[in-house]
Design a protein around this ligand. Structure first.
Ligand SMILES: [Zn+2]
Length: 676
């Protein structure tokens, strides 16, 4: 019997991990896909006139079981994978994308959705239902469902070309990154480097059967060298190599590819009836229009630039005094910043760690959730888990009603990918008047306990835990009818608000006193240490902001206009960078040819979101600090209007209902020390 094809008869309907065998997955996927196809056929062949219930609602509740198996499988592939699971993933992924294509390209289905959409003025729908109708209609129309047959064909051609070019762009960057090798044979040339970085360089050379030390453009090698190496000429050599990735007019050059990508994106947008690629992308974001994004970036630029210029002048003076250099160049940036930082804030992460025993931090984050949202976390031992290190909790509200099941998985092991993330094993939704509660999980890679010492977290790990827990709250407190709008299913310039806002509690005395206690003495963390953390986290914030803004503006410049006018990549880049650069330009360098975020990954017309999310979280937290960080009224407004609402309404509407006004950048600028 295939356990995955049957409803789970487990406590709280949790995933039956111990009973699942790897060989169950593929047949279960195939079966679930077939079942979903039948559900969709029922919708299409319904003889009744299409309406919201028999089409949109039916569609959103279809494929429930397929979703469930997918989330279990792909979560395992991230947190506890092996060769067998990876092999299955390679078989399953094309099946799923083909199935998804079958739905978005299904003409009969679209006809029904369009019939409901076209009559929407006459329907009585809730806000959530309106959003669902709109989103679903757009998932078809944005894929060309409204186009004539020849234009549809054209769209498919563009998509095919685009996916090839994006792949090639990434391959070129990778090839260039891997091609460069800087061998060092004189140990003196490594002076300044930390011991660990030197050892790594030695091992890297050994792995290539070479004597000496090897420095490459991969981050773990590049970053320490550019930050610590005293040899300025070698830093320059390395920086020049990094800055000229795929910009050498050779086989790995990306200039032509990049121009083709922006052109195809522009043509695609025009075909679908949009003014530009940026207009197409932003339609589905909180920011909504390129005009709004540009206004946002330029307003921040105006306010952050004076601070950035001050910081730059200080840093240059510091470098000139220290080493007598003539002027500060790009290859000096990380090096002198680090020197200045050490001079200004000499404190060490090791000083902090004893105050952040993992168990205490978990209790701390639970206490914060209880004080804000009346949630209680009780560890349970009756449900299955996929690894013995995973902890499981039952989450209840003040009425003792179950809110969520919560899994936490903290330590690194083979089979778990890097980083930290929140995910879910079961979504939240309301069907037949039953509010299905979600099963939420966070996965991290924290310092493991040893025989003599418990797990003591770095401050960075503490904020990471709060961050992921903020996402988890967004999932746990979800309270929507339709699964596709629930929890973290929001536009992606809104999704980091719940996570980033919670990080703010890590810097507050009233919150730290709850859990930041020395693991041996129980002494509460001294506030001057906390203030040092705060101050150092703002170090060179002006220059960093300027850098982020310059990349956001560069991204917009490529995507918000008719790109056929752009002939030369470097010239265009220099124009886009105008007013945002502090260091002298290096003629042989180019940012765009290695800007994989926007040309290979999914960040085109979206790079601004990093700063956007920061503005949101600082502005939201300012509301808490005005009223007290544990103020129940503010917390309740945040819960009712943001955390529980998922993607059921326009995010700006939700935010304004919580905050009483649109977000303003002042709180971020103040927090970053850029304005008084
Ligand atoms: Zn996040």
């Amino acid at each position: 019997m295939n356990i995955l094809n049957n409803p789970f008869s487990t406590p709280y309907n949790t995933a039956p991990f111990s009973k699942i065998k790897n060989k169950d997955f593929l047949p279960a996927f195939n079966q679930a896909i077939e079942n979903t196809k039948v559900e969709i056929d029922v919708i299409i062949n319904n003889s009744e006139t299409p309406n919201f219930k028999n089409t949109l609602e039916a569609l959103d509740f279809s494929g429930e079981h397929l979703e469930r198996i997918s989330s279990i499988f792909f979560n395992l592939n991230s947190a506890e994978t092996n060769d067998e699971i990876q092999k299955i993933a390679q078989e399953v992924s094309p099946l799923l994308s083909e199935f998804n294509n079958d739905i978005t390209l299904n003409k009969k289905l679209f006809k029904r959705v369009k019939a409901v959409y076209d009559s929407k003025e006459n329907l009585i729908l809730t806000e959530e239902q309106k959003t669902l109708l709109d989103k679903r209609y757009k998932s078809f129309s944005r894929n060309g469902a409204n186009l004539s047959e020849d234009k549809k064909l054209k769209l498919r051609e563009i998509d095919k070309k685009l996916s090839k070019l994006k792949l090639k762009f990434g391959e070129n960057v990778l090839a260039e990154t891997n091609k460069f090798e800087m061998f060092i044979t004189n140990e003196k040339d490594l002076s300044g480097l930390p011991k660990g970085a030197k050892e790594a360089a030695l091992q890297l050379a050994e792995s290539k059967n070479k004597k000496g030390w090897l420095i490459t453009l991969n981050y773990p090698s590049y970053i320490p060298f550019i930050t610590y190496a005293n040899n300025r000429e070698l830093r320059k050599k390395l920086s020049m190599a990094f800055g000229s990735i795929s910009f050498k007019n050779d086989e790995f050059d990306n200039q032509d590819i990049l121009l083709k990508i922006v052109n195809l994106r522009y043509n695609r947008a025009i075909l679908l009836g949009y003014k530009s690629h940026a207009h197409f992308v932003l339609e589905e974001r909180m920011a909504e229009t390129p005009e709004k994004v540009s206004e946002f970036l330029n307003e921040l630029l105006e306010k952050a630039k004076p601070a950035a210029e001050r910081e730059f002048a200080n840093l240059e003076n510091f470098a000139i005094k220290l080493d007598g250099i003539e002027r500060l160049e790009k290859w000096d940036a990380a090096y002198y910043s680090e020197k200045l930082k050490q001079k200004l804030f000499n404190f060490d992460d090791e000083e902090l760690k004893p105050y952040f025993k993992l168990e205490n931090v978990i209790e701390g984050v639970f206490t914060v959730a209880r004080k804000l949202y009346d949630l209680n976390f009780e560890e349970i031992y009756t449900i299955d888990k996929y690894h013995k290190d995973v902890l499981t909790y039952k989450v209840t509200n003040e009425k003792k009603e179950i809110i969520s099941i919560f899994y936490v998985d903290f330590f690194p092991r083979t089979g778990k990918r890097n980083g930290a993330w929140m995910t879910s094993f079961k979504p939240q939704y309301i069907k037949k008047d039953i509010n299905q509660r979600p099963h939420i999980s966070i996965v991290c890679n924290f310092t493991k306990p040893t025989k003599s010492k418990p797990s003591l977290l770095t401050f960075n790990e503490v904020t990471t835990l709060f961050h992921e827990f903020g996402h988890a709250l967004h999932g746990m407190l979800a309270n929507t009818t339709y699964p596709s709008l629930s929890g973290t299913s929001v536009s992606w310039d809104f999704v980091e608000l719940p996570s980033q806002v919670l990080e703010n509690w890590c810097y507050e005395k009233d919150a730290l006193e709850l859990f930041a206690k020395h693991y041996e003495t129980d002494a509460i963390i001294p506030m001057d240490l906390v203030n040092k953390i705060k101050a150092s986290s703002n170090f060179h914030e002006g220059m960093q902001t300027l850098r982020q803004l310059s990349l956001g503006l560069l991204d917009m410049s490529w995507h918000r206009q008719d790109s056929s006018n752009i002939k030369n990549v470097k010239t265009h880049e220099l124009t886009a960078f105008k007013g945002t650069q502090l260091y002298p330009d290096v003629t042989k360098n180019c940012t765009s040819t290695a800007f994989s975020h926007i040309f290979q990954g999914g960040y085109s017309s979206g790079y601004y979101s990093y700063k956007w999310a920061e503005v949101l979280d600082a502005d939201a937290f300012a509301y808490f600090t005005e009223q007290g960080i544990f103020n129940k009224k503010v917390a309740n407004k945040f819960k009712e209007n943001v955390l529980s609402k998922g993607g059921t309404e326009n995010p700006m509407t939700l935010y304004k209902r919580f905050r009483g006004q649109e977000p303003k950048p002042e709180a971020l600028l103040k927090r970053a020390g850029l304005i008084k």
